[in-house]
Design a protein around this ligand. Structure first.
Ligand SMILES: Nc1ncnc2c1ncn2[C@@H]1O[C@H](COP(=O)(O)OP(=O)(O)OP(=O)(O)O)[C@@H](O)[C@H]1O
Ligand SMILES: [Mg+2]
Length: 578
């Protein structure tokens, strides 16, 4: 940065004094004209210095940019990284409310502006102010008070005009940003739902929605450009007026003989040279305003408070056996609607508890709050006797592995997605995990094997294959606690049975919370909780629950009948669901 400033000073100094060389040339030529008898040295040397000076001022400016780019790019990278990290720290609730397309747009605009602003602040505003001062002093010394006053008046008027108009324009910029973000969010959301759009033949509808957003952006952009043109015309008028007045002064004084022709030329060059960066200063102020507006959105992202925070004195979670306890837990996503009410249960270390119940009962919610994606409103969740809200989120999440209900994969290779469970795992370990999850057979069939790219969100794999990748990566993570949220729902009966065996093997010596629709998969659980509308309505072992002849027994009955009907129809291998 110091080096850049040095180059900047060099460029500016040479630039301000270049017109003096020019004046010298003009004066000598004029002298030669008026008095042909006078021997005038042909000012070749001076002309050459003039050329050199012009070249040097440009060269210094480029050196300055070359030096500074290191500083600005470094800062830019840090800021982008900071924002990215923060986005990953924000809660699930924040991300569910946001649109990914919009967020990425805000970051893009923000970082771009910051780079721009840093350069402008340092290299335009500061040096231009110095240049204005310098030129005013030169005018005062060489040409007198009147010149300096006109010059200052011009500069002031110019500044006031520019600031006023730019203030007025900034709301247009805000609208432009808003519409830009909206259009971008819509485009991304629509593309993410590509399949759905096709299923429902709604391309035209999607195009209309996008066009609608783009239309409003267009309107704002047109307004932005028109007001910008107005600003530019106004600025040009002020500059031209000041220039004309000073030139008239100089012409008069040149005729009167108190100034030489060279002085006249000098005044002109200095003015033009001064107004050039001044004009630029107008642009700078404008861009500064725009940049600040762009950045303010990014900073509001960065400043978004975390909903789920580590406690001040959070310590590491230490697991001994991995016992989970829910103690009178109540939870709701929004205060108006209760999801879980007064839930208490315990999964003994190494044991298995199953949660069953109708859709929307709050089963997956149990796993989300166990991971502390949300803070609960009442009660406590403990792991090995430690309140999970008092330990670091990092250590908590390290302890739990999950096979989620809908697996979403990264658009990378199968190997990458499995290795995600424990980055740095060896090929052998990956292969073992895959074979536990019964997916090696499938991988072998692929022409590119482990290197097959799974497509956006993993959509190039079938539901069952995705689920097995998810199982493999949880096996690789090897956590003391395992949550299986309908881990085998997307598999056909034969594969399901095999994986059940594998999972049983994996669950051995691990505390396991199983969420299941198919009751046949949970008959061996230490305890089965029947969850309905956020309350535990029945609990106990399979046999006891059947004997109770309540909700569970009825569910079991229904599923048995369905199973028998299926066997009768001999539909043994219905293939992957989903
Ligand atoms: N982020 C959220 N904001 C508001 N409500 C939510 C949110 N996530 C889930 N819900 C609601 O919470 C309730 C419980 O959801 P949950 O995912 O726990 O159901 P579930 O028992 O797993 O159902 P399923 O068997 O269909 O998977 C649902 O009614 C759902 O609409
Ligand atoms: Mg669920």
């Amino acid at each position: 940065m110091v080096l850049a400033l040095f180059f900047l000073a060099g460029a500016k100094t040479i630039m301000v004094f270049t017109p003096f060389l020019y004046k010298e040339v003009v004066d000598r030529l004029a002298l030669a004209n008026t008095d042909p008898n006078l021997v005038v040295l042909v000012p070749v040397a001076i002309i050459a210095s003039y050329g050199l000076a012009r070249f040097m001022s440009i060269a210094f400016a480029q050196l300055r940019d070359m030096t500074f780019v290191r500083v600005s790019q470094h800062a830019l990278r840090r800021l982008a990284l900071e924002t990215f990290r923060h986005l990953h720290e924000l809660s699930l609730a924040f991300h569910l409310d946001r649109r990914t397309g919009g967020v990425s747009r805000i970051i893009e605009r923000g970082t771009r502006s910051i780079d721009f602003l840093m350069r402008l602040m340092l290299f335009s505003i500061f040096p231009t102010i110095i240049e204005i001062t310098l030129v005013t002093v030169i005018f005062l010394k060489l040409f007198g008070l009147a010149y300096a006053l006109v010059l200052l008046a011009g500069v002031l008027l110019y500044a006031i005009f520019t600031f006023r108009i730019t203030e007025w324009r900034s709301h247009i910029r805000r609208t432009m940003n808003k519409e830009d973000t909206l259009a971008h969010s819509r485009a991304i959301d629509s593309l993410l739902n590509f399949e759905t759009v096709k299923y429902f033949n709604n391309e035209a509808h999607e195009a209309d929605r996008y066009d609608d957003a783009m239309g409003r952006y267009q309107e704002a952009a047109v307004k932005g450009q028109s007001s910008l043109s107005l600003l530019n015309v106004g600025q040009a008028l002020i500059i031209a007026t000041a220039l004309v007045i000073i030139m008239i002064f100089a012409a008069r004084d040149a005729l009167a003989g108190s100034l030489t022709v060279g002085d006249f030329v000098l005044a002109n060059s200095l003015l033009i040279q001064l107004f050039m960066p001044l004009n630029f200063l107008g642009v700078v102020y404008r861009e500064l305003k725009q940049g600040l507006i762009d950045i303010e959105q990014m900073f509001s992202l960065i400043n978004t408070d975390l909903d789920v925070k580590d406690a001040e004195d959070a310590c590491e979670l230490t697991t001994t056996g991995g016992e989970i306890e829910f103690r009178n837990v109540s939870f709701s996503y929004q205060s108006e609607r209760k999801i879980l009410q007064d839930i208490s249960f315990k999964v003994p270390a190494g044991g298995t508890v199953a949660v069953v119940g109708p859709s929307g009962a709050g089963k997956s919610t149990l796993s989300r709050i166990l991971f502390r994606f949300y803070d609960i409103q009442a009660g406590t969740i403990l792991i090995d006797g430690q309140d999970i809200s008092k330990v670091t989120q990092k250590s908590l999440r390290r302890t739990i592995g999950i096979v989620p209900q809908d697996t979403v994969l990264f658009n990378e290779s199968i190997r990458y997605n499995i290795e995600y469970g424990r980055p740095g795992a060896s090929d052998k370990e990956i292969d073992e995990a895959a074979s536990h999850a019964q997916i090696t057979g499938f991988i072998k069939k692929l022409p590119e094997g482990y290197e097959t790219i799974v497509g956006e969100r993993g959509l190039k794999l079938s539901g069952g294959e995705k689920q097995r990748v998810a199982i493999a990566r949880s096996i690789l993570k090897d956590p003391p606690i395992l949550v299986l949220d309908e881990a085998t729902s997307a598999l056909d009966t034969a594969t399901e049975r095999e994986i059940q065996l594998a999972l049983k093997d994996v669950a051995k010596n691990r505390t396991t919370l199983v969420i299941a629709h198919r009751l046949s998969t949970v008959v061996e659980a230490d305890e089965i909780l029947v969850l309905d509308d956020g309350c535990i309505v029945e609990r106990g072992r399979h046999g006891a629950l059947l004997a109770q002849d309540g909700v569970y027994a009825a569910m079991w009955q229904r599923q048995q009948e369905a199973e028998e009907a299926r066997l009768k129809l001999d539909v043994l291998e219905p293939g992957d669901k989903e």
